[in-house]
Design a protein around this ligand. Structure first.
Ligand SMILES: O=c1ccn([C@H]2C[C@H](O)[C@@H](CO)O2)c(=O)[nH]1
Ligand SMILES: [Zn+2]
Length: 132
């Protein structure tokens, strides 16, 4: 897997962000185990809470195309260091990432942090918790 190429696809997707309220653009790219790439951007709303973050857009695109097994996900923003996903996105990642899924957090200046969902959201709620 070429991480740099995936970061570049996220950077391209970021250009499509709809951000009239925050003016903060984020891009994401999901590489599935089937070797397909789904890109996403953040999409804001006048009702602020309805905003969809870039990484959720990309994950939902993959899942809605029936391609839900994720090999790697990149998130990129114009942040000082690697971007830090919000709590809602971490929980959504937990649904579709396994312990080996690469979660790659980046910025526009080449900073890259590779992490995992276990590190980002320890103790996340999962389907296993629905039955005992
Ligand atoms: O990882 C992140 C962090 C923030 N945002 C979006 C949400 C909102 O549109 C804007 C400012 O929070 O950035 C993302 O898309 N992903
Ligand atoms: Zn988010």
């Amino acid at each position: 897997m070429d991480i740099r190429a995936l970061v570049n696809q996220a950077i391209e997707a970021r250009k499509k962000a709809y951000t009239p309220y925050s003016n903060f653009q984020v891009g994401a790219a999901v590489l599935t185990k089937n070797n397909h790439v789904f890109c996403g951007c953040n999409i804001e709303n006048a009702s602020f809470g309805l905003t969809n973050c870039a990484e959720r857009t990309a994950i939902f695109k993959a899942v809605s195309e029936g391609d839900q097994e994720i090999e790697a996900i990149v998130v990129v923003g114009d942040t000082e260091g690697p971007i830090s996903p919000c709590g809602a996105c971490r929980q959504v990642m937990a649904e579709f990432c396994d312990q080996d899924t690469k979660v790659i957090l980046a910025n526009l200046n080449g900073a890259i942090k590779e992490t995992t969902i276990a590190e980002l959201l320890p103790g996340f709620f999962s389907s296993k918790d629905l039955t005992k």
